[in-house]
Write a protein that binds this ligand. Structure first.
Ligand code: ASP
Length: 317
């Protein structure tokens, strides 16, 4: 572990990394979010001499992630990241919505210090648990890696803007596609492949209000047989924003496109990105490309609508 001057703060939020199973050979039939963050740290002897501080922010299976947990996590990360005695922050999380939380923290905080999310594909009780090594690697990156939000699993660090969960059970389930990984943890040391600009932070004030009152933003998919009726139903329910997971480079079924126009006319903000795992949506007229996933775009539209609400301006439709 390279020496860094300050502490690493480890924030626990649940997930399989904190999960337990009755049978050590069972990597599927387990319960996520059972062990506290101190317990996860205790399972990594190499962390015994590292200056650490632990805090349990939540204890959830990340498939059930809520805006309230996101708000609390962002607040606690921001609190610790400005402390003079803190070098970086690590968040232990579930893998299911890891990329969404990473992107949310990236867009809200865009921190100049390392904010590293880590997780595990197998529960802590597994015969070959991956959580302890991932946690150690995440702490290494928090002490010697780049500033900004990164996701660390299976010895690889990914930038929040590029990371996607690509596999349901493999230990190296995450990838960065065409963008490539940020770097690796090699023989216990950080090795950078590339750097990423920090981007602009929306700021904690954007998400200060009661999460129960945040704008409603839903994702709809363009697919064979799409009728657009789901869009009409969501419009009738008062949805504020819609993100379309479109085919290919951003094409939308004609029936769905007609319903989306009705939604726009009614004041709903609509954004279109590709449902493909990699490869951007392309605006043919302008040539502009947008490689955000539907879930990333949902975060951006949510933050845009929150900011517009705060300033009293109408969001772009
Ligand atoms: N359902 C779990 C979670 O996301 C899966 C995992 O962590 O791998 O919390």
């Amino acid at each position: 572990m390279p020496s860094a001057t300050g502490k690493t703060v480890i924030l626990g939020s649940g997930g399989t990394i904190a999960g337990t199973a009755a049978n050590a050979a069972d990597a599927v039939g387990y319960t996520a979010a059972q062990l506290g963050v101190e317990c996860l740290v205790a399972a990594v002897p190499a962390l015994a001499d590292v200056a650490l501080e632990c805090e349990q922010v939540a204890q959830v299976d990340s498939k059930d992630m809520t805006h309230a947990v996101w708000q609390r996590l962002a607040q606690r990360c921001a609190h610790h990241l400005v402390r003079d005695d803190v070098t970086g922050v690590v968040v232990t999380h579930g893998t299911d919505t890891l990329e969404e939380t990473a992107y949310f923290l990236h867009r809200v905080l865009a921190p100049s210090r390392p904010l590293v999310l880590t997780a595990a594909m197998r529960p802590a009780t597994s015969l070959q648990a991956d959580g302890p090594q991932n946690l150690l690697d995440a702490v290494t990156v928090s002490r010697s890696g780049p500033g900004g939000v990164a996701v660390v699993l299976a010895g690889v660090a990914h930038a929040a803007a590029d990371v996607r969960k690509l596999h349901g059970w493999r230990l190296d389930a995450f990838g960065s596609g065409d963008a490539g990984a940020l770097g690796v943890i090699e023989a216990g040391r950080w090795r950078a492949f590339r750097t990423v600009p920090p981007g602009a932070a929306r700021g904690l004030e954007t998400i200060a209000g009661d999460p129960a009152a945040w704008p409603r933003v839903e994702v709809v998919t363009s697919h064979a047989g799409a009728s657009g009726r789901v869009v009409d139903a969501l419009r009738a329910l008062g949805v504020d924003g819609l993100v379309v997971a479109a085919t290919g480079s951003g094409t939308v079924h004609a029936e769905l496109a007609a319903a989306l126009q009705r939604a726009r006319d009614a004041g709903v903000a609509v954004r279109v990105v590709s449902r493909c795992a990699f490869g951007p949506a392309i605006d043919v007229a302008s040539g502009a490309v947008d490689a955000r996933t539907p879930w990333q775009m949902r975060v951006d539209l949510l933050l845009e609508l929150l900011a517009a609400r705060a300033s009293g301006a109408a969001a772009r439709r």
